[in-house]
Design a protein around this ligand. Structure first.
Ligand SMILES: Cc1cc2nc3c(=O)[nH]c(=O)nc-3n(C[C@H](O)[C@H](O)[C@H](O)COP(=O)(O)OP(=O)(O)OC[C@H]3O[C@@H](n4cnc5c(N)ncnc54)[C@H](O)[C@@H]3O)c2cc1C
Length: 337
């Protein structure tokens, strides 16, 4: 098993809320002990100003599974890479797979330092879908969204994720290990281009009710990042000796906070599918994997649309695009939602 990673997991990365349900998956992967030792921030509550100006605080003690964690994402990803290496995978950091072509039963992968032939490929390159063409998979964008994110140090917190709807989109912030904090504004890419400019970003931040006060005067910006964050899927989920996993298979809107759990779960299932393929059960592996992949997200689109519609209280372009059409609203109300 060879694991190719284009980066080195040495840079800040968004995607910090790990839902409590991940515990079972981390145990299955044999990384629960190092995960606990890493002492990420235990999430205690989610505070949100969403459907109205008043804020709502949901404490994790009222959740059967607990509150989950606020991660240092780079450190979490390193932990998983180390576990893969300890389990016998050959890990090659800084190795980008540039293309893949069919060779015999498997695939010839092209890398900067040469080619390698694999009997099966798990395609897990996140939101970089460059290999879709090689595998003959179609990317479908279901909605556009961009995250304008800044990281800070000297910004301690109280173990809470804070979410606030604003006319331009929505903001979130979480305190991270080592007194660090992430602050992000999510809006449509055609509406948010000016948020690349620090002055505009900080001006928009200053207008928030819950997010701005989280940054103490001594907080220092350490990194900035712009990332696409809309929902996207690939079809099919698996093909001839390849299986898509994580965001490459289904990239969820960050509002759902389900991306990492989905990546862990689909990664485990993709490993079984790839193993079945190598053992000659290609057809069965593909159909079974495609079926599981589609089940995992059956209710996602309607739940997300309803959640956005609940906050659509401004007449701005971002929220106009997320309003229910009158007939959808009637059906939604009829269901008692
Ligand atoms: C702003 C924002 C906030 C988010 N917040 C949350 C959250 O709070 N909770 C949550 O659960 N999810 C969140 N997510 C989603 C979450 O980050 C992703 O779902 C998760 O990281 C998916 O994991 P992955 O391994 O599939 O992809 P990634 O984490 O993107 O990893 C893919 C890896 O592949 C590597 N790679 C790319 N191309 C190649 C190549 N050609 N060859 C080799 N390597 C390659 C990349 O370097 C990268 O390390 C958020 C996303 C965004 C954008």
């Amino acid at each position: 098993m060879v694991l190719f990673e284009a980066g080195r997991h040495d840079r800040p990365k968004p995607g910090e809320m790990l839902a409590a349900v991940a515990q079972g998956l981390l145990r299955q992967l044999g990384v629960w002990t190092p995960f606990v030792a890493a002492a990420f921030v235990d999430n205690r509550a989610v505070v949100s100003a969403w459907a109205g100006e008043a804020f709502d605080e949901r404490h994790s003690i009222f959740s059967a599974q607990g509150g989950g964690w606020q991660l240092d994402r780079a450190r979490f990803d390193q932990l998983l890479i180390q576990a893969a290496a300890a389990a016998g995978a050959q890990v090659r950091l800084g190795s980008e797979v540039r293309s893949a072509v069919r060779e015999g039963q498997g695939w010839r992968l092209n890398l900067a330092d040469g080619d390698i032939v694999a009997s099966a490929v798990i395609w897990a390159t996140g939101r970089s879908w460059r290999l879709a063409r090689s595998f003959g998979a179609k990317l479908r964008a279901h909605g556009h969204l961009a995250a304008y994110t800044r990281f800070f140090d000297r910004a301690p917190g109280n173990c809470r994720v804070v979410i606030e709807a604003r006319p331009e989109g929505w903001w979130y912030s979480a305190d991270l290990p080592d007194r660090r904090r992430v602050v992000a504004c999510l809006t449509d890419p055609d509406l948010g281009s000016e948020l690349r400019d620090p002055k505009s970003w900080y001006r928009a931040l200053a207008a928030t009710q819950l997010i701005a006060p989280l940054l103490p005067p001594g907080a220092r910006e350490t990194a900035t990042l712009v990332k696409s964050a809309g929902t996207a899927t690939v079809d099919p989920a698996a093909g001839e000796r390849w299986v898509a996993a994580g965001d490459s298979l289904f990239a969820a809107d960050p509002l759902s906070s389900r991306g990492i759990v989905h990546a862990l779960r689909s990664g485990i299932l993709a490993a079984y599918a790839a193993s079945d393929m190598v053992d000659g059960r290609d057809e069965l592996a593909r159909t079974r994997y495609a079926m599981i992949a589609s089940q995992g997200f059956a209710d996602y689109a309607s739940a997300l649309a309803n959640h956005y519609a609940a906050a659509a209280r401004w007449d701005t372009a971002f929220w106009q695009r997320r309003r229910h059409q009158p007939e959808e609203r009637a059906a939604y109300q009829e269901r008692g939602a």
